[in-house]
Design a protein around this ligand. Structure first.
Ligand SMILES: Cc1cc2nc3c(=O)[nH]c(=O)nc-3n(C[C@H](O)[C@H](O)[C@H](O)COP(=O)(O)OP(=O)(O)OC[C@H]3O[C@@H](n4cnc5c(N)ncnc54)[C@H](O)[C@@H]3O)c2cc1C
Length: 469
């Protein structure tokens, strides 16, 4: 686009959303040129719409000018999904941050996409209701971003992920027309399930401007315990043994040997050197059920001779048990200047095999690999630690990632349980879906976005220039 075309476009954008809601100064635009992936792509201008009509008008204008549009929430994505890899406009939805309605009778919320996840959770909690999806970024990521990425968190085992709470969406399509998918009712089977198509579409098929989200009754209480094992297989077997006792904890977090060592050094916990794995387990519900579940978990874990089992009796003790898990990120920050954080997911029965494989990879490529995550749903965050200035180490780490993905697929898993594809994982999309699977998805994209206006170069069409920095 020429400078004069861009100047004319900015003028029209200012007409749509008002002068202060368009940024065109390159220094301002830089602030919207990255996300949590460390990939970079600076937009030519940044626009902040206030409602669906403004979003639709911007998209129609972008179509007329053949200008790429990059939808953006809080920019906390891990795969470069919100960055402007082809210049164009960053469409930032954070001004659209109203909770329009909490319907306690029908247990649903109607919200704009820019609402921060934790804010909806807090409003629901005040009414005795619960919005369970809990990405670790919930204090800053937006609901629109969560829906676009199909975000999940530790509670997925019992409560599911964002996808399971989306009833209906108002969507501005890439051509500028508007549709409403789904219904406000629990049941509804009219036509294709476009809501499911939109969830996890990573800003490539439409812009969500209003979300109807399902709420559920809030659990009355939560109890927490931690269990330390001298054997990884034993820890993984304990997870399945608990579930076989018909207890579904809200959370089962696992930290492997390497993670425990790093956290122990950081917090000076004095963990035994032989510790191979720790499980952090939470149960929630009615007090009588929760106490019974806790007893069952304790008995089940004790059958496998753990090194230590601790139950929190107070909120302060609960916080103490969570301390090790919550300290993983800062502790990792102390041992390396960078890391590649993969969110691979395998069937629960293969978690031990996955972690053992990462140990083989670490030895083969002379790397430190740290595994922790959600043992209940098989989503194990595999962190390859590296010095970002060491090109040789980066190359070895990238080879390790490719071998990891191959092994995960052999184990019946997926290369992304939470973070999505974006730019970072686009070269590997076909590994999981096959060429026909990718081609079918691309045909859907072309049908809805014939000019490839919305978030181009994401998910499909790997663009080498934007791979890992
Ligand atoms: C410290 C940290 C912890 C994290 N923990 C988790 C975790 O536990 N689980 C997890 O799943 N993820 C996690 N993430 C990743 C990230 O927070 C999620 O992917 C989140 O859903 C992104 O929300 P966002 O508002 O930041 O979206 P952005 O990063 O701004 O955008 C993400 C994608 O959504 C699209 N998009 C945004 N808004 C809309 C909209 N209204 N309509 C259409 N498309 C839109 C964008 O185009 C982009 O492709 C974590 C990230 C960080 C930095």
């Amino acid at each position: 686009m020429t400078v004069s075309d861009m100047t004319a476009l900015i003028k029209e954008l200012r007409h749509i959303v008002g002068e202060p809601n368009v940024l065109a100064d390159p220094e301002d635009c830089q602030c919207y040129g990255f996300d949590a992936s460390r990939l970079k792509g600076c937009p030519e201008c940044v626009v902040f719409p206030a409602n669906t009509q403004e979003v639709a008008a911007i998209i129609r204008l972008a179509n007329r000018n053949r200008t790429p549009v990059f939808p953006r929430g809080a920019g906390s994505g891990m795969v470069g999904g919100a960055i402007a890899n082809r210049r164009g406009l960053a469409l930032v939805l954070t001004r659209m941050n109203q909770i329009f309605e909490i319907d306690a009778d029908n247990m649903l919320a109607v919200v704009q996409p820019g609402v921060v996840t934790a804010m909806l959770q807090e409003r629901a909690r005040q009414l005795g209701l619960f919005y369970p999806p809990d990405p670790a970024s919930l204090k800053f990521s937006t609901l629109g971003g969560n829906v676009a990425m199909g975000a999940g968190g530790p509670r997925a085992l019992k409560y599911g992920v964002t996808r399971d709470y989306v009833l209906s969406l108002q969507v501005v399509l890439p051509t500028g027309s508007q549709i409403r998918t789904g219904t406000r009712t629990a049941k509804g089977v009219v036509g294709y399930d476009l809501t499911r198509l939109m969830v996890g579409s990573e800003g490539t098929l439409g812009i969500f401007t209003e979300l109807v989200l399902r709420l559920i009754p809030a659990p009355q209480c939560t109890r927490t315990l931690s269990v330390l094992f001298a054997d990884l297989d034993e820890a993984c077997r304990a997870v399945n043994a608990i579930l076989k006792q018909r207890v579904v904890p809200s959370t089962i977090e696992l930290m492997d040997r390497e993670t425990l060592r790093v956290v122990d050094r950081y917090l000076q916990l004095g963990l035994p050197a032989e510790a191979e794995a720790m499980l952090l387990i939470e149960v929630d519900g009615r007090p009588s059920e929760v106490d019974q579940d806790l007893r069952t978990i304790e008995q089940t874990c004790n059958r496998s001779t753990p090194m230590e089992l601790r139950i929190a009796h107070t909120e302060a003790e609960r916080e103490l048990l969570w301390r090790a898990r919550r300290s993983v990120s800062p502790a990792l920050g102390k041992i390396s200047s960078g890391k590649i954080n993969e969110d691979v997911t395998v069937p629960r029965s293969e978690i031990a095999a996955l972690i053992q494989f990462t140990r083989t990879l670490a030895r083969k490529h002379h790397l430190t690999i740290v595994c922790f995550g959600h043992a209940g749903d098989g989503n194990i965050h595999t962190n390859i630690m590296l010095d970002r200035d060491n090109q040789d180490e980066l190359t070895r780490a990238e080879h390790a990632v490719e071998e990891l993905f191959c092994r995960v697929l052999e184990l019946g898993g997926t290369i992304s349980g939470e973070h999505g594809i974006g730019i970072a994982k686009s070269p590997f999309l076909e590994w999981e879906l096959g060429s026909e699977g990718v081609a079918a998805m691309w045909r859907i994209k072309q049908a809805l976005d014939p000019l490839d206006i919305l978030n181009p170069g994401k998910m499909f069409q790997p663009d080498r220039a934007f791979f890992r920095p």
